[in-house]
Design a protein around this ligand. Structure first.
Ligand code: ZN
Ligand code: ZN
Ligand code: ZN
Length: 175
């Protein structure tokens, strides 16, 4: 579960009685507890047929902790903080392996570097801000892929319709 989701889930319950500054440490505790309860990262690598290595564990953990949709540069920097040293090409190789194994999802909105997220296995889509590049998840209204069907019938089996909604985020509109 991403940090944002953990926080969102518990905020509703806690907000009624506490101020924002009182909530921050509670959020941190809840987040750490939820991470330690989730199946061990090494187990998830093994299940997908990947050898467990410290750099792979670190990369998966930082994508989870950073949350949302993060680019390889930010992931490499965070992985280096954790491991001491790991080269950027090595991080790219790991991101590819984790994506191929279905542990990460890669999206690449036009004009943006590839971004990675841990929300896999559903058919969600994305809202992208034209101005700052912020990315938000949006649920698929149909639920399963492909949720749009091509107008031509071919012998080409289509298994995905990639949908990106473009607009301007609230921050860029000054709201
Ligand atoms: Zn924006
Ligand atoms: Zn997403
Ligand atoms: Zn859809």
């Amino acid at each position: 579960m991403t940090k944002t989701r953990v926080i969102r889930k518990h905020s509703r319950i806690l907000k009624a009685t506490r101020s924002e500054s009182e909530l921050a440490p509670i959020h941190e505790l809840l987040y750490n507890a939820s991470v330690s309860r989730s199946p061990a990262t090494s187990e998830r690598l093994r299940e997908r047929g990947l050898n467990v290595t410290a750099p792979r564990l670190a990369v998966l953990a930082v994508v989870e902790e950073l949350g949302g949709h993060v680019d390889a540069g930010a992931i490499a920097a965070a992985a280096r903080d954790r491991l001491g040293s790991v080269s950027t090409p090595a991080v790219y190789d790991i991101l590819n392996a984790l994506t191929d194994a279905g542990l990460l999802r890669r999206i690449q909105p036009a004009g943006s570097p590839a971004r990675y997220e841990t929300r896999v296995g559903d058919n969600h889509h994305h809202l992208v801000c034209r101005t700052c590049g912020a990315v938000e998840d949006v649920e698929c209204v149909v639920g399963s892929a492909p949720c749009l069907h091509a107008s031509v019938h071919t012998a080409f089996p289509i298994d995905e319709a990639e949908i990106t909604f473009w607009g301007q985020c609230e921050r860029c509109r000054g709201i």
